[in-house]
Design a protein around this ligand. Structure first.
Ligand code: ZN
Length: 293
């Protein structure tokens, strides 16, 4: 466990080097019911965009804001599944859902490592009174997951990935986001090539939340499960073997491989099995073994 200290604020980026991350934003009906929601949404995205531009030369650009209706009392897992199914990313790099008053326990946000979809909760008791669960923190945290950031170990305490404010990144995750800043979001985890996987794994091995399965192995295995669900068994097997290579100790990956070799499609697509449901304030909290992770 080393190399996890917090980074000082980096120098201003050169404008020519800025990577623009385009966002399709989805706002559900309870978020839209609050007065001034559009200005608040724009403010939240701008705040985090400014942080990412200073830190990583990544600027967010809202491509469009789409209304969405979820209905009353829908569980968070169902909301995420439906968000993937009902709302297309379109031409944007990523899709971010904003919801209000739909928190479940300590789940303030959701994103899948190297995925394209994130969700930000607001308007809950915690997010209203605890500054480190505010929408800027959650958005900063979840977007970092889309770039491959993980929950660091104790040396990363105070980072946005573990209890910290929106503009503090631990050195491990800062290196990962910088390494991945040009990534093509249409390629998913399969676009993370072998050299990047090795670099990611070396950084992850410096220290990470001890109670979570390796999220890169999980993301690759989920990509394999998705292929298996399409009947592409040889490709699925190859990916699940890649996941096992990333984390040879991952019990879930081995059981998926066992199922596949016995001729069955491993259960669990990306929504069911992916890491991680998480929050800026509880970065080290255990992800459920089922559900959105
Ligand atoms: Zn998280």
């Amino acid at each position: 466990m080393s190399g996890g200290g917090l980074c000082p604020e980096p120098a201003l980026a050169q404008p020519a080097d800025v990577r623009v991350l385009t966002l399709r934003v989805v706002a559900e009906e309870m978020y839209r019911a609050r007065p001034g929601w559009e200005a608040e949404l724009q403010r939240t995205v701008k705040t985090v965009s400014d942080i990412y531009e200073r830190s990583f030369q990544i600027r967010f650009q809202i491509q469009d804001v789409m209304p969405w209706t979820i209905g009353p009392a829908v569980p968070l897992q169902t909301i995420m599944t439906r968000l993937h199914r009902e709302m297309a990313v379109g031409a944007a790099d990523v899709l971010v859902g904003f919801a209000a008053e739909r928190c479940e326990g300590l789940h303030y946000g959701v994103a899948h490592l190297f995925g394209r979809v994130a969700m930000v909760q607001s308007g809950c008791l915690d997010t209203a009174i605890l500054s480190h669960t505010g929408p800027e923190v959650v958005l900063s945290h979840e977007i970092a997951h889309l770039f491959g950031a993980f929950h660091p170990g104790p040396s990363g305490a105070g980072s946005v990935m573990r209890y910290g404010p929106a503009d503090r990144f631990d050195s491990q995750n800062a290196r990962i986001v910088r390494m991945m800043r040009a990534r093509d979001f249409t390629t998913g985890v399969r676009g993370v090539d072998e050299a990047m996987r090795q670099a990611w794994s070396a950084i992850h091995a410096e220290g990470h939340a001890s109670d979570e399965p390796n999220p890169l192995a999980g993301a690759i295995a989920n990509a394999g499960a998705a292929l298996a669900a399409e009947g592409k068994m040889p490709e699925a097997e190859a990916l699940i073997r890649e996941a096992a290579a990333v984390d040879p100790s991952a019990a879930r990956v081995h059981s998926m491989l066992g199922l596949l070799l016995s001729g069955q499609a491993p259960a669990g697509g990306r929504e069911r099995a992916s890491c991680a449901t998480c929050s800026g304030s509880t970065g080290a909290r255990r992800a459920p073994t089922s559900g959105s992770g």
